[in-house]
Every structure is written in structure tokens, then in C-alpha cells.
Design a protein around this ligand. Structure first.
Ligand code: 13P
Ligand code: SF4
Length: 300
């Protein structure tokens, strides 16, 4: 009887599958990745893979984006309930309402959104290219949904006026100013890196506001030996593994995304054995959403 990892490898070969893993997944799941990265890198991989099956170890909107980009592939989400609460904070109807109120606005949606919201948008972006996407838009007003914190951070950087809704990430919300203050007191030489999904007060207290791939790059390329990391704690495992001589401290140990942690090795194996849970998007919705997503994968 082979180990679970061996069984996954065997079945992966048999199914001609690729395993894509987000930076917030548990260390065991990161260990079986063919490609591991942030939302932007994973979308690009999903678009170009030659595999027949994509096992997406992340949350629902990521698998849905992969299904839109590669409609001829089978996209599997190992836990059907791994959702993103932020993605459900705006729906297509509410967005249509906003568009009616601001008819001259361009519409940008964060990739953490449903396929229906993407289908109503002109551009999609991730935290890695939100500033670049906003900078390119010529309209005087831009509707940005659903993350109000990423939206206001990117708008300030790009010098744009945005119309926001009340969306946020409940995990990054848990990082509070007192957590940063305490961590800085304990590690006075450490640089503070935070994700733009954090509250504005937190972004203002940071040395750098970066996406997860931006944090990886910063840790690799910067001389600084200690970093306080304000994002989901799964990234710390990665940063520590790749930079063993440097030290990484979580800004808050409570910043754990329960949905990202729903995927386990067993569930990945079952996904490959039973070919479930297949994520499909209606072609009519996918066709409109694809335009916005293609603008996202070609930027930044
Ligand atoms: P990235 O920084 O990897 O794009 O992801 C943030 C996130 O919260 C994904 O859900
Ligand atoms: Fe959604 Fe936040 Fe979890 Fe990312 S960390 S999947 S934005 S709830």
C-alpha cells in the first residue's frame, strides 16, 4: 500500500492532471503542488496548462476562474464548500444597480468575485496588478468591487477616483493596529509587510503593502533579515522554507482562512479518484467574464 502522496502522484499521471495550489494552503498540500503561487500566477497556469484535469487547491472563485479560462478542461475543487466570503459580498444584481447609478464608470472587479460579477465587469484584477489596471483606465470614475480596502489602496496609488461597495476579507480584517504595534515593539528591526486586503490603518502602518507574490519577492531580494507578515499565516510557512536564514513573524496568529484550510491530502486523492467536485460555468456567463479575466492575466 503506497502512501497517500504516492497514490496522488499515480492517479495524477493516469488522469493527466495538474495540481495548482494557492500560497495560503496547508504545508502538506503545498508539498504536492505542480505549481504553487498567488491568484494571478495560478490563473496564468490554468490558462496555459496542457493537462486534461486541473485540481485546484484554493477556493471556489479560483477554480471558477480556471474553468472560464480553460473551458475544455475538467476543473476540480477538492472541497465543494471551500468558498470565499468576500466573493459573496456583491452579486451581479447589486453591481448592475451600481452601474445604473454611475453609467460613465469603468468597472473593475477583484478576482475574488463570482463568475456573474466578472461577466458584468470591464476588467478583472488581483492584488498583484490592481494598481497597474487602475492606472490604465481613462474614465474619470471607476467602480471597484468587492474589496473596499484593496480598492481604496490601489486607487490612491494610481491617483484614481473609485466607487466602492462594502466588501472585505474577514481574515485580513482580524489584523488590528495593536497587533502591528506589539509586533514592532517585540521585533524593532523587522520590516512590516502587509497585504492590501488589510484595513487602511494597517496599510498606513506598514513598510510595504504587497500581494503574496510581492511578499515572496521582497523576502528573497531584500537584505532585511526579519519581517512581520500581515496576511494569512499559510504564507509564513512558504517564506520560512524558502529563506531559512531569515525570520518571519505573523502580524496576527488569528489570520487563518478556514476556507483555504478545508483542502487536505485525502480530499485531493478523492477528487482524483471520483473526479469531483467539478466546477463548471455557463458558456454565456463565461464568455463575458473571459474578456475581463484576459485583461487581468495580461497585466503586471
Ligand atoms: P493573492 O495575494 O495571492 O492574490 O491572494 C490573496 C487572497 O486572499 C486570495 O484569496
Ligand atoms: Fe477570501 Fe480572505 Fe480567505 Fe482570501 S483569505 S479566500 S479573501 S476569506
Amino acid at each position: 500500500m503506497g502512501s497517500i502522496v504516492e497514490k496522488i502522484k499515480e492517479l495524477k499521471k493516469k488522469r493527466n492532471a495538474v495540481i495548482l495550489v494557492h500560497n495560503y494552503q496547508s504545508p502538506e498540500v503545498q508539498g504536492i503542488a505542480d505549481y504553487r503561487g498567488d491568484s494571478l500566477g495560478l490563473s496564468r497556469e490554468a490558462a496555459k496548462t496542457e493537462a486534461d484535469v486541473i485540481v485546484f487547491c484554493g477556493v471556489h472563485f479560483m477554480a471558477e476562474t480556471a474553468a472560464i479560462l480553460s473551458p475544455d478542461k475538467t476543473v476540480l475543487l477538492p472541497d465543494k464548500d471551500a468558498g470565499c466570503p468576500m466573493a459573496d459580498m456583491i452579486d451581479a444584481e447589486k453591481l448592475r444597480e451600481l452601474k445604473k447609478q454611475h453609467p460613465a464608470s469603468a468597472v473593475v472587479c477583484y478576482v475574488n468575485s463570482t463568475a456573474e460579477v466578472k461577466a458584468e465587469s470591464d476588467y478583472c484584477c488581483t492584488s498583484a496588478n490592481a494598481v497597474e489596471i487602475l492606472s490604465r483606465i481613462e474614465n474619470n470614475e471607476i467602480i471597484f468591487v468587492p474589496d473596499k480596502y484593496l480598492g481604496s489602496f490601489a486607487a490612491k496609488k494610481a491617483g484614481k477616483k473609485v466607487i466602492l461597495c462594502d466588501g472585505y476579507c474577514p481574515v485580513h480584517m482580524k489584523i488590528l493596529p495593536e497587533h502591528i504595534a506589539e509586533a514592532k515593539k517585540e521585533h524593532p528591526l523587522a520590516k512590516v509587510l502587509v497585504h492590501p486586503e488589510c484595513r487602511t490603518e494597517i496599510c498606513n502602518m506598514a513598510d510595504e503593502v504587497l500581494s503574496t507574490s510581492g511578499m515572496e519577492r521582497y523576502a528573497r531580494e531584500n537584505f532585511c533579515g526579519e519581517m512581520i507578515v500581515g496576511t494569512e499565516t499559510g504564507l509564513i510557512y512558504r517564506l520560512q522554507k524558502d529563506n531559512p536564514l531569515k525570520k518571519f513573524y505573523p502580524a496576527s496568529v488569528g489570520a487563518v482562512c478556514p476556507n483555504m484550510k478545508k483542502t487536505s491530502l485525502e480530499k485531493v486523492l478523492w477528487a482524483l479518484e471520483e473526479m469531483k467536485y467539478e466546477i463548471k460555468v455557463k458558456e454565456e456567463t463565461a464568455k463575458s467574464a473571459r474578456k475581463a479575466i484576459n485583461r487581468m492575466i495580461s497585466a503586471g
